[in-house]
Each structure stands twice: as C-alpha cells, then as structure tokens.
Design a protein around this ligand. Structure first.
Ligand code: 5GP
Ligand code: ZN
Length: 111
C-alpha cells in the first residue's frame, strides 16, 4: 500500500527496532512508548484495522493472535494490555492494523 508507514517498515524501507518476526507478521518497539513495554504487532499484509482483518480473514487473525501472545510472553512477565485503536475517533493514526502490547512489567519483573 503506497504511503503506508507500516508497509514501509515491513518492507525494511523505514528502520524499526524489531523484536520478533514470522512469515506473516512483525513486532517492533513503538517510536513513542507510553509504558516500559510498548510494542506494536503488525501483519505483513495491509488491512486497515482489526475489524476489517477479523471479519474477512479469520485464519490470518487466529495466527496473528498466536504471534501476539508469543511476543507478549517473551517481552513481559505475562501482565500486559493489548490495544487495537480502531477509527480516527478512537485514536487510530496509522491505518494498517496493529496491536499495541503495553506493560509496566518487562520480562523478569515480579508478577
Ligand atoms: P495508533 O494511534 O494508530 O493506534 O498507533 C500508532 C502508533 O505508531 C503510535 O503509538 C506511534 O507512536 C507509532 N508510530 C508512528 N510512526 C512510527 C514509526 O515510524 N516507527 C515506529 N516504531 N512507531 C511509529
Ligand atoms: Zn500498510
């Protein structure tokens, strides 16, 4: 998708601090973290938001959620929030679906 910042990150055209990748998704640190752990998880294919993804691509959604859980468990002590801002009025600013993994508790901190 031209001019999509997350498609450019997926393609390596814009650098990111990547923490994990598989064939279908990547995870990287948010450029402006709101919590000690703030990671974005992004499917490599372009879908505008989580509603569009989940309604049209159930198997990709299931595989994506598994990857989210793996990344969250690698990066946190298991206590985290998963947030999908959907629509501009809900705070979505990048229209390529991404889950925010947010946590005060990096891996290794006491549960
Ligand atoms: P949204 O508001 O759409 O849910 O979240 C977009 C997120 O992307 C924001 O938290 C913002 O800080 C992050 N972001 C925007 N541009 C970049 C970028 O070029 N690199 C990285 N790593 N994060 C970005
Ligand atoms: Zn995109």
């Amino acid at each position: 998708m031209p001019d999509c910042i997350f498609c450019k990150i997926v393609a390596g055209e814009i650098p990111s601090r990547k923490v994990a990748e598989n064939d279908h998704a990547i995870a990287f640190h948010d450029i402006n973290p709101e919590q000690p752990v703030h990671i974005l998880v992004v499917p490599k294919q372009h879908y505008s938001d989580v509603s569009h993804l989940a309604l049209h691509e159930s198997s990709i959604t299931a595989e994506f959620m598994r990857f989210v859980a793996e990344v969250a468990n690698e990066q946190t002590n298991g206590h985290f929030r998963l947030q999908f801002n959907t629509g501009s009025q809900a705070g979505q600013t990048v229209f390529h679906v991404h889950g925010h993994i947010l946590s005060q508790n990096p891996k290794g901190s006491l549960a």
